[in-house]
Design a protein around this ligand. Structure first.
Ligand code: GLA
Length: 393
């Protein structure tokens, strides 16, 4: 059954009637620009064809009920109680099951973003074909699908950047993951055959044609199956190091730093903080270079930038894992144009930009290399830049 049908079927099981509509939003992959978003820097992600669907309808009371194909029981609360659940005290577990906090958090945050607090209850059933924990932003896809559904059902008329901000607020303040805004913006602003250049300080965006399809290139996703969570641990530590580094340099954020600050940074900070700072400074420049090189020389010319980005994440930011390094090295050894880990790190997926004819051979080589290394079998598939949210039914 398709994820769209699964959402609709679940809604009927939940309520006994058909949904008023089904809305969906895509996952995303990041072409380049990692851990730059919360430093007010630059990113270049694109939305992928895998989507999350929210079948939804208004209720006659003031309650919100969320069901999902990946949970046994629905979760139901009064709309007025959302404000007692969120924001979660910093670092605390959400007061509802985590899977439901994405959707309930969106309902809470969209209520704050709209002109008037919504009072009409709603039922929502969620199904998805975005793999969870693969670094493809299954969470932003849920947030985007639910935000789009509520925006329509509650007749709020919010624009896509505002809906992205709603999603990020849900993630930060309802789920408690201290992430930036890249994933929600990438999902909301997806366009076929284009990546979205985002200035995470101003939220100005530009659609950047990738030329992948026309040039006969494919983006291979190598999902290592190593699961990660950004609510805890390494992600937050990296964020803290960036803030420390910016403060030592006398900047509000690392966006204000560039290569000319590196010598000063080396004097001012310990080696670890310095390397975190160096990653962000050089990665911002690589994003700008990728946009320029794509336009000037086409997608085959961005390979070196992707490879340099991976090296910086492995050596300076230290967010790669052995599986991601092996995926990247094997893809490159087999002739990939470029490859890098993508997303927050500590697991998840790598991307490889490859010739269409080489997809099967590179996928096989990676799978074999994983088996030889004693790693779990990776999930390897291709994606292409796809559309943002829409109403499906
Ligand atoms: C996760 C976060 C994003 C971003 C990336 C790293 O995907 O959700 O906001 O920080 O990690 O680039």
């Amino acid at each position: 059954m398709s994820a769209l049908d699964a959402a609709r079927t679940l809604f009927v099981e939940l309520t006994g009637s058909a949904p008023e509509g089904v809305w969906s939003a895509p996952g995303r992959v990041n072409l380049i620009g990692e851990h730059t978003d919360y430093n007010e820097g630059f990113v270049l992600p694109f939305a992928i064809p895998q989507r999350t669907f929210a079948a939804a309808g208004l209720r006659d009371d003031d309650r919100i009920r969320i069901a999902s194909t990946f949970a046994d029981e629905p979760v139901e609360v009064a709309l007025a109680d959302l404000g007692t659940l969120f924001p979660t005290p910093s670092g605390a577990e959400p007061g509802v099951p985590e899977w439901s906090a994405y959707a309930l958090g969106v309902a809470w945050a969209i209520g704050l973003a709209g002109a008037a607090a919504p009072s009409r209850g709603v039922d929502i059933a969620i199904a998805s074909d975005v793999p969870v924990g693969a670094g493809l932003s299954s969470s932003a896809a849920i947030e985007g699908a639910v935000a789009s559904a509520l925006d329509d059902l509650w007749d709020l008329g919010l624009d896509r950047v505002t809906l992205a901000q709603v999603g990020r607020r849900a993630e930060n303040e309802a789920v408690g993951a201290p992430t930036g805004i890249m994933d929600q913006m990438a999902s909301m602003l997806g366009r076929p055959d284009a990546a979205t250049f985002i200035d995470c300080r101003t939220l100005a965006t530009e659609s950047v044609p990738t030329g992948f399809t026309a040039e006969g290139l494919e983006v291979l996703i190598i999902d290592t199956q190593v699961k990660h969570s950004h609510s805890t641990g390494g992600y937050r530590e990296r964020r803290d190091a960036c803030e420390r580094g910016a403060a030592l340099l006398g900047f509000g954020s690392l966006r204000d730093a560039d290569a000319s600050d590196l010598a000063r940074a080396a004097e001012l900070m310990d080696d670890v903080t310095f390397r975190r700072v160096r990653h962000v400074i050089t990665e911002n420049q690589r994003v700008l270079d990728t946009v320029r090189v794509l336009a000037a020389d086409g997608p085959r010319a961005i390979g070196e930038l992707l490879v340099a980005s991976h090296a910086s994440m492995r050596d300076d930011f230290e967010i790669s894992v052995a599986e991601l390094d092996l995926a990247v090295e094997t893809a490159l050894a087999q002739g990939a144009v470029g490859a890098r880990m993508t997303g927050g790190g500590f697991g998840g997926a790598a991307i490889a930009l490859v010739e269409r004819e080489a997809v099967a051979q590179i996928a096989d080589a990676v799978t074999r290399a994983f088996a030889d290394a004693g790693f779990a079998a990776p999930h390897v598939f291709t994606v292409h830049p796809a559309d943002g949210p829409h109403r499906d039914a």
